[in-house]
Write a protein that binds this ligand. Structure first.
Ligand code: PLP
Length: 411
């Protein structure tokens, strides 16, 4: 029997608690050392020059101290190692936010002359905006998943999808999409699923992106982003990060590593709550439509008959705020907030209607959440409209027959 802990594959729940921390016992500590240094002293400038040259040439993590905190940080590196392990990736590179992470990916591809991106809507509002506005000198073609292969050009550097997507929870078949990408790397924004529910690299994606602000942190108190990929692309990302400065603060790296340890239990518990809320909402006459992924997850979106703004104003336990993935439940109106920056026509055509609300289920008791949601829906007068389209007038013979007293069926 192979009992070597370094080669026996471990379950995700085990990795979540131990990855990035294997050396702690040997260091004689139990919690992760938090290194807040901005700079690292050295009396040997020749050695420092060699280290800087090596990083410039390869983008590999420097051996030993990092020279300067924009280059690397040992606490953040632990979070990167942990997340890479959970996603089944060779490497991961952390950034100041999800948007800083996406920016670095776009810059890395554009710097290789590959400025064209093919993307599937909906995407998180600011990702859509960054691509559509071409702020980084990139150009985007938005397509349906089955249009990806035809949209790819010689200068296409990236195909990007989000699944389940923010905010409609629309899903794409990662394997099928990966096949239509050919040699172009597929980026999957895995923020909503997390590696607990879905590991896109196993399905053919080349790059996984997270807004670590959401489930990875899990407590609404840290902003961060991370890209999981092969070491070759990670090296380019580290060079971009060094040059552009979108680094994750080490305290954020510390908190995100800590967040990983409870990620599997949080995802399971919050997903069970979201699934139950989705089931109840689907049966509720005040709700026109419920969106809940086949994959599961802790997000639920729904369209109300009544005024969505009144629902937001009516919640008391659930926090009316943008963002998601925290231990407490949040609700927001995508057309007003998370997707406000997307032009109205693009928003509507990607399924983000004015009556859509997006809720992030937390760890509260499901009955308390349901009561709060029900009261907000009722206070909003959000009931199935009484003014349903008037029934067509019945033909005379049917109307007359209906007016006659019913004979009891005696057959
Ligand atoms: C929030 C979010 C982002 C952006 O992340 P920030 O950490 O806010 O910069 C990207 N993608 C998805 C799916 C998100 O929900």
């Amino acid at each position: 029997m192979n009992t070597d802990a370094s080669t026996t594959p471990r379950a995700l729940a085990t990795e979540a608690v131990h990855a990035g921390r294997e050396d702690l016992a040997a260091l004689g500590v139990h919690s992760v050392p938090l290194d807040l240094s901005t700079t690292y002293p050295s009396y040997d400038s020749r050695a420092e020059a060699a280290r800087i040259d090596a990083f410039a040439a390869t983008g590999a993590r420097p051996e030993g101290p990092p020279v300067y905190a924009r280059l690397d940080n040992p606490t953040t590196a632990r979070f990167e190692d942990g997340l890479a392990r959970l996603e089944g990736a060779e490497s991961a590179v952390a950034f100041a936010s999800g948007m800083a992470a996406l920016s670095a990916v776009l810059l890395a591809r554009a710097s290789a002359g590959l400025r064209h991106v093919v993307a599937v809507r909906p995407l998180y509002g600011c990702s859509d905006h960054l691509l559509n506005a071409g702020l980084l000198g990139t150009e985007v073609t938005f397509v349906e998943p089955d249009g990806i292969a035809d949209a790819i050009r010689p200068d296409t550097g990236l195909v990007m999808v989000e699944t389940p997507a923010n905010p409609t929870l629309a899903e794409v078949d990662i394997r099928a999409v990966a096949r239509s990408c050919g040699q172009v790397p597929l980026l999957v924004d895995n923020t909503f699923a997390t590696p607990v529910l879905q590991r896109p690299l196993e399905q053919g994606a080349a790059i996984v992106l997270h807004s670590a602000t959401k489930y990875l942190g899990g407590h609404g108190d840290v902003l961060g982003g991370v890209v999981a990929c092969d070491e070759e692309f990670a090296r380019t990302l580290r060079q971009v990060r060094f040059a552009t400065g979108g680094v994750l603060h080490p305290l954020a790296g510390y908190l995100l590593l800590r967040g990983l340890s409870t990620l599997p239990v949080r995802m399971r518990a919050q997903s069970a709550t979201a699934a139950e809320l989705a089931r109840r909402l689907a049966a509720d006459p005040r709700i026109a439509r419920v969106h809940y992924p086949k994959l599961g997850g802790a997000m639920v979106a729904f369209e109300v008959y009544g005024d969505p703004h009144a629902v937001i104003a009516g919640v008391r336990l659930i926090t009316p705020a943008v963002s998601l993935g925290s231990v407490d439940s949040l609700i927001q109106h995508p057309a007003s907030i998370s997707h406000r920056i997307v032009a109205e026509g693009d928003r509507r055509s990607s399924g983000v209607g004015d009556r859509l609300l997006r809720m992030s289920a937390g760890l509260e008791d499901v009955e308390d959440l349901w009561r709060d949601l029900c009261e907000a829906l009722s206070a909003a007068g959000a009931a199935r409209p009484v003014s349903l389209p008037a029934p067509l007038p019945l033909p005379a013979h049917v109307r007359d027959a209906a007016a006659r007293p019913q004979r009891t069926a005696a057959r």
